[in-house]
Design a protein around this ligand. Structure first.
Ligand code: MN
Length: 195
């Protein structure tokens, strides 16, 4: 059973003006599709892994044949990370989380605004391509390339922000801070807290 590109729960133009239809279409139908295609190609020679979930594969990369491990790490990581990214975005979104997540963030950072500032700093601090993550213990962490807390530490992140240039260059050119600021407006916090 080959991996497939997940359908979005919203149209490509739904997140505009924060993330444009052009970016969404390129990012989903080209970049994410390419990760899926290359993941399937890499696993073509390893049928024993084809029925595993992407989470199972990424948490046990050492089990893969060495010849395909890097390709699966990068492209399987790309598939997992982008699937999570799309799921936590919505046009009816933004603001702050509710309930336990809000209270946990407030307890750790003092306020939701202080948390946002730290998350933004982490996003701007990623050199080159990578991701910023919110973990279940409300810590913020970053990973290079298409690594994630799942592949690195076997921890399922609550939320991830793609800071690869392909995620924002068409809209924001080199201005990553503007993209990060816009992203807060399209986070679907109800999806973030879903188990
Ligand atoms: Mn991306």
């Amino acid at each position: 059973m080959a991996f497939t590109l997940p359908k979005l729960a919203y149209s490509y133009d739904a997140l505009s003006p924060h993330i444009s239809a052009n970016i969404m279409e390129l990012h989903h139908s080209k970049h994410h599709q390419t990760y899926v295609d290359k993941l399937n190609a890499a696993l073509g020679d390893a049928p024993e892994f084809q029925d595993k979930s992407i989470e199972e594969i990424l948490t046990n990369l050492d089990a893969l044949p060495e010849t395909i491990r890097t390709a699966v790490r990068n492209n399987g990581g790309g598939h997992y990370n982008h699937s999570l990214f799309w799921r936590t975005l919505s046009p009816e979104a933004g603001g702050a989380p509710k309930g336990t997540l809000f209270e946990g963030i407030k307890a750790k950072y003092g306020s939701f605004e202080a948390f946002k500032e730290q998350f933004n700093s982490a996003a701007l601090g990623v050199f080159g391509s990578g991701w910023v993550w919110l973990l279940p213990n409300y810590s913020i962490t970053t990973t290079p390339n298409q690594d994630s807390p799942l592949s690195r530490d076997n921890i399922t992140p609550l939320l991830g922000l793609d800071v690869w240039e392909h995620a924002y260059y068409l809209d924001y050119k080199n201005k990553r801070p503007e993209y990060v600021a816009a992203w807060w407006n399209v986070i679907d916090w109800s999806e973030v807290t879903k188990k």
